[in-house]
Design a protein around this ligand. Structure first.
Ligand SMILES: Nc1ncnc2c1ncn2[C@@H]1O[C@H](COP(=O)(O)OP(=O)(O)OP(=O)(O)O)[C@@H](O)[C@H]1O
Ligand SMILES: [Mg+2]
Length: 448
């Protein structure tokens, strides 16, 4: 453009010269104006591109949201929304814009939404549940709502962000199911460990049952023999034998002694049967799989029972030094605490299998309403590398088939659930010492 000059130029005529100057000036100005125009055009195009990019960026964010985003005016009329609302209502943005949001709400929520819009300027709304009408029925939506102002601070309308609760509920349901499965797996694990610990008792139990049973059998044989003799004698009485014959028979068959013995035989048999019942009751109490209510029970009895069965079954000749009160009540599940003690005693006995004189020292004291029970063995103690891992599930140093490594981890959980603590450490004078605490209660189960 700056190259353009008039076609005819006369250099001699002053008037023409002035006119020419004026032309040149005009043309130069036009030239500059045109250049400005071109520059402005380029700038406008650049701004346009930036605007488009900003718009497509904000649209992409809006559309990527799973939550519903709605901008409404002061009356609740939709001005802009995103794909999430389009998906839920089955309507395009064009069909949604210009319609009051309350049109898409279930009847009971309309009033709630109107109240919400009225108070919005004073305070934003958090987690308000409304029902959105969707082609698949009513969909619960948890909405957060904030006021929208212009640059002078005048209320323009509101911005609503809604989270479909259906998805949240599904996520919760899945979480709950996973939790329930985990709990079930844990219960099964506890149960199988309990069965394993009961399995360890079986040999001792079989031996213990053998005594009273053989005792009962012996008595029954004697009673059988006595019954035969008494039947023979009564047959003779009924058969009309003479007094003298009957007296001789009584003497030969030592019937007087039999009659004297009968009472103690029956008592002895009953005692044997009672002992069998006691043993079965003891084990049944500790093997119950039912989740009963927590109840007060005597911890001393449970400790003695675990010691009795495990030491009896073990091949080693373990000396047990006990300092136990006569009774000590704690609250919870006797069977579970029995399982803990069976494992602790079992671990101690295993640790002392190579000790020349195995000694297990068991002490129970109550301090500040807490029962402290310690079991100290004179085995080799615990290695530094094992110490931090003792309560890990499946951590074991025992050969395959001997230990599952679940004993301590399950025991830890049980003691925690009873409001106590369980620890295992090396004793300064050698061996390992297990320390268990539980809240002390009185016989009624009330905390001291
Ligand atoms: N009194 C103890 N002395 C030395 N080490 C011990 C003692 N008690 C436990 N431990 C160590 O802790 C490990 C874990 O014990 P835990 O009772 O959890 O499992 P486990 O006895 O190996 O197997 P499970 O009890 O399942 O039969 C044992 O393998 C052992 O190495
Ligand atoms: Mg164990």
């Amino acid at each position: 453009m700056s190259d353009i000059t008039p076609d005819i130029v006369s250099f001699n005529d002053p008037e023409t010269l002035n006119t020419d100057d004026a032309w040149v000036t005009v043309i130069r100005k036009m030239d500059e104006a045109y250049a400005d125009l071109v520059r402005t055009q380029v700038e406008v195009e650049e701004k346009n591109t930036q605007l488009e990019q900003a718009q497509s960026f904000s649209n992409s964010i809006k559309d990527a949201m799973n939550d519903v985003l709605i901008a409404c005016d002061q009356r609740g009329v939709i001005e802009s929304t995103n794909r999430a609302l389009e998906r839920l209502t089955g309507l395009s943005e064009a069909a949604l814009v210009g319609r009051p949001f309350s049109e898409f709400l279930g009847e009971p929520c309309i009033e709630k939404f109107q109240q919400l819009s009225a108070t919005l300027a004073q305070e934003p709304v958090r987690d308000c549940e409304v029902e959105l009408i969707s082609p698949n029925g009513h969909m619960p939506l948890s909405i957060n709502c904030s006021p929208r102002f212009d640059h002078r601070g005048r209320l323009l309308g509101m911005v609503l962000v809604g989270r479909p609760l259906g998805e949240l509920q599904r996520a919760y349901k899945e979480l709950n199911e996973a939790h329930a499965e985990l709990k079930l797996a844990q219960e099964r694990l506890v149960q199988s460990e309990k069965m394993a610990s009961l399995g360890r008792l079986v040999a001792g139990v079989a031996h213990e049952l053998n005594n009273p049973i053989s005792f009962v059998y012996g008595n029954m044989h004697a009673l059988e023999r006595y019954t035969e003799r008494l039947t023979t004698y009564f047959d003779a009485v009924n058969g009309g034998h003479s007094r003298e014959e009957l007296r001789q028979m009584r003497e030969q068959m030592r019937l007087d002694k039999i009659i004297r013995d009968l009472g103690s035989l029956v008592d002895g048999t009953k005692e044997g049967a009672d002992r069998v019942k006691e043993i079965v009751d003891d084990l049944r109490q500790f093997s119950s799989t039912q989740e009963t209510e927590k109840a007060p029970f005597d911890l001393v009895h449970v400790v003695k029972s675990a010691l009795h069965w495990i030491i009896k079954e073990s091949k080693t000749d373990t000396q047990v030094l006990q300092t136990l009160p006569e009774r000590q009540w704690v609250l919870g599940h006797a069977g579970q605490i029995h399982q803990v003690l069976v494992n602790l005693v079992d671990n101690a006995v295993d640790a002392m299998q190579n000790s020349t004189q195995p000694v297990l020292t068991v002490e129970m004291v109550v301090k500040d309403a807490t029962v402290h029970l310690t079991l100290r063995d004179n085995g080799p103690g615990i290695s530094d590398s094992s110490l931090p891992r003792l309560f890990e599930p499946f951590f074991t140093t025992k050969p395959v088939g001997k230990g599952t490594g679940l004993g301590l981890s399950i025991s830890y959980g049980i003691v925690s659930q009873h409001g106590g603590e369980l620890g295992l450490a090396n004793h300064p004078q050698g061996g390992a010492v297990a320390h268990m605490t539980l809240p002390a209660v009185n016989e009624e189960g009330e905390h001291a």
